[in-house]
Design a protein around this ligand. Structure first.
Ligand SMILES: Nc1ncnc2c1ncn2[C@@H]1O[C@H](COP(=O)(O)OP(=O)(O)OP(=O)(O)O)[C@@H](O)[C@H]1O
Length: 277
């Protein structure tokens, strides 16, 4: 099967300090992969390279492609990276919404990558685009909030708006960088439920960086663990036992939490219809 994301030989340095080392990664279409690792291990940096928000070092002949199209190679962004970004939805820890705009306007911004620039700059969206944006808001349980200012929503709601924007973008690949790091447990669960639903029902490929290993265990079958800029482990979530996590995090982790949720993973997650604002 052709990988939807392929990384080969990626090195990255900041001011002479190398932070990613010869990374290689292949993600298949429809996978939901958790990127875990201690703070500073390189998770966000790797994710930023996948969408061309950062460029690898020139040496080492690195290459990154998404959906068979080059994002960058040899430390240079591809000329088609802007077009390619239309297929990549990026979810940020701090949501990246325009607070003074309505929720619906924010979601419509997802259309910009696929419409003529002049129409985008005038904010002229077609009825079909508005319909898609409303359907995306419905999907994340926030249709009733469409005309509210984005800044008036809670953090969890804003993150769901950001996901609705990625849905409206019709992104095939969703990269989520610490999407639940600043959310309370209930909001975090809703956000992860939505990402899992999009992965399962729409077959979108999801790569999500997570600090909370219990969420990785609950929502992802595959885990890629980074340690000091190296891929330390890439395989089944079943490997997440206490010994493994102590080694990865240097003992700075409550593994009882992880193992409890890992074994309690079997009960089905609530259906999307149960996700309320
Ligand atoms: N723009 C930058 N300039 C200099 N150093 C950077 C920059 N971005 C990241 N780094 C360094 O790269 C390394 C990896 O950082 P990164 O943010 O990718 O780690 P992380 O695993 O995502 O951490 P966290 O979980 O805390 O977000 C760290 O040493 C960090 O200080």
């Amino acid at each position: 099967m052709n990988s939807v994301i392929r990384v080969e030989g990626l090195n990255k340095s900041f001011g002479g300090k190398q932070v990613l080392f010869n990374m290689g990664l292949a993600v298949q279409p429809g996978e939901m992969v958790a990127l875990i690792g201690a703070s500073g291990s390189g998770k966000s940096t790797l994710l930023r390279h996948l969408s061309g928000l950062a460029c690898g070092d020139k040496h080492g002949g690195s290459s990154i492609s998404v959906m068979g199209r080059s994002v960058q190679s040899g430390g240079q962004l591809s000329g088609q990276v802007r077009r390619l970004r239309a297929d990549i939805g990026y979810i940020f820890q701090q949501f990246n919404l325009v607070g003074r705009l309505s929720v619906l306007r924010n979601v419509l911004l997802g259309c910009l990558g696929r419409m003529p620039r002049w129409r985008g700059s005038l904010g002229l969206f077609t009825p079909e685009e508005k319909q898609l944006a409303m359907a995306s808001l419905e999907r994340v349980g926030l249709a009733d909030y469409a005309h509210r200012r984005a800044s008036t929503l809670s953090g969890g709601q804003q993150q769901r708006v950001a996901i609705a924007r990625a849905l409206t973008q019709r992104a095939e690949v969703i990269l989520a960088d610490e999407p639940i790091a600043s959310l309370d447990p209930e909001s975090a669960r809703k956000v992860m439920d939505i990402l899992a639903d999009i992965n399962e029902k729409d077959g979108k490929t999801v790569v999500v960086t997570l600090h909370q290993v219990d969420y990785a265990a609950r929502y992802c079958k595959r885990v890629v663990a980074l340690k000091s800029g190296h891929i330390h482990f890439d395989g089944s979530v079943d490997a997440l036992d206490g010994l493994f996590l102590n080694d990865l995090y240097g003992g700075d982790l409550d593994t009882s939490l992880v193992l409890a949720s890992h074994t309690a993973r079997t009960p089905a997650r609530p259906s999307m219809s149960l996700i309320a604002a």
